[in-house]
Design a protein around this ligand. Structure first.
Ligand SMILES: Nc1ncnc2c1ncn2[C@@H]1O[C@H](COP(=O)(O)OP(=O)(O)OP(=O)(O)O)[C@@H](O)[C@H]1O
Length: 259
């Protein structure tokens, strides 16, 4: 019998406690009892009230922290630190202002030791995918917020990571740009077939983008709802007849989780 493919992401019995500064032994329980298995090509969106451990979950997958309990694996390999198999996009893109757009996208590729011509070809491909082919020569201070976030996405995608992690990627953008970026990320996901894990406060965004939606409870964060959705694969998810009912159900779960 053929082997089932490894999950793209697997969390088993994951818990995380932060140590409180200056108080020996005192800890803040941020996450507890997280079991999650995500298939390649899915887009998992994590929602939950403030302080429910969403960013902590993403940081554990990114390898910025080691879990206090349990294990995190990406493509069957335990996560022991940050690595090129995971691309990260933050809420406020951390771009290098002295570099051009292309230089920023090439940065990780240069660190990985790729030759100049190869770096350039990959960067140009990614910039075209995010609609910035004509902006490659600009400095990042010449860009709008949405353009900066597109550069950050191109940079995360360039090394071809197995999974892309996005921590509130549109949280700092105005409503119109945010909507446009949601649509762009959905198209990019359909086009590239990448596995994505993102975090948002916006339940509508979660339903528009997530093929899997997980709701975390308030501290410590535990999974209170884990739902598969086909909406992002179907045309314009915001106009789908199931959109409103799904959004209301998830919003209700988030409100209940905050109590
Ligand atoms: N570095 C840290 N040291 C101590 N406590 C922390 C640290 N980072 C987060 N916490 C605490 O862990 C809990 C979970 O935080 P986390 O940022 O993961 O939640 P979140 O759901 O992403 O919140 P938000 O939606 O407000 O960004 C919170 O109570 C927070 O105060």
């Amino acid at each position: 019998m053929p082997h089932a493919p490894e999950p793209a992401l697997e969390l088993t019995g994951v818990g995380h406690d932060y140590r409180r500064d200056g108080r020996r032994g005192a800890t803040v329980p941020a996450l507890d009892g997280i079991d999650l298995s995500l298939d390649a090509g899915e887009h998992l969106v994590v929602v939950g009230p403030s302080g429910s451990g969403k960013s902590t979950l993403l940081r554990l997958v990114a390898g910025f922290h080691r879990p206090t309990r349990g294990t995190v694996s990406v493509n069957g390999r335990p996560v022991r630190g940050p690595g090129p198999d995971r691309g990260v996009v933050f809420q406020r893109p951390t771009l290098f202002p002295w570099m051009t757009v292309r230089g920023n996208v090439e940065f990780g590729l240069r660190m990985a030791g790729l030759a100049r011509a190869e770096r350039r070809a990959l960067a140009e491909h990614q910039l075209a995918l995010v609609g910035l082919a004509d902006a490659a020569h600009l400095r990042t201070y010449e860009l709008s917020g949405g353009m900066r976030q597109r550069v950050a996405i191109a940079r995360a995608l360039a090394p071809d990571p197995g999974i892309v992690l996005m921590d509130e990627p549109f949280g700092a953008l105005d409503a119109l740009t945010r909507e446009r970026m949601q649509e762009e990320v959905r198209s990019l996901w359909l086009l590239t077939g990448k596995t994505l894990l993102s975090i948002t406060h916006d339940v509508g965004e979660a339903v528009r983008l997530g093929t899997r939606i997980v709701v975390l409870s308030a501290r410590p964060g535990r999974i209170v709802l884990d739902e598969v959705s086909d909406l992002p694969r179907a045309g314009e998810p915001g106009t789908h007849p199931d959109f409103t009912a799904t959004r209301d159900r998830i919003a209700h779960a988030v409100r209940a989780a905050a109590r």
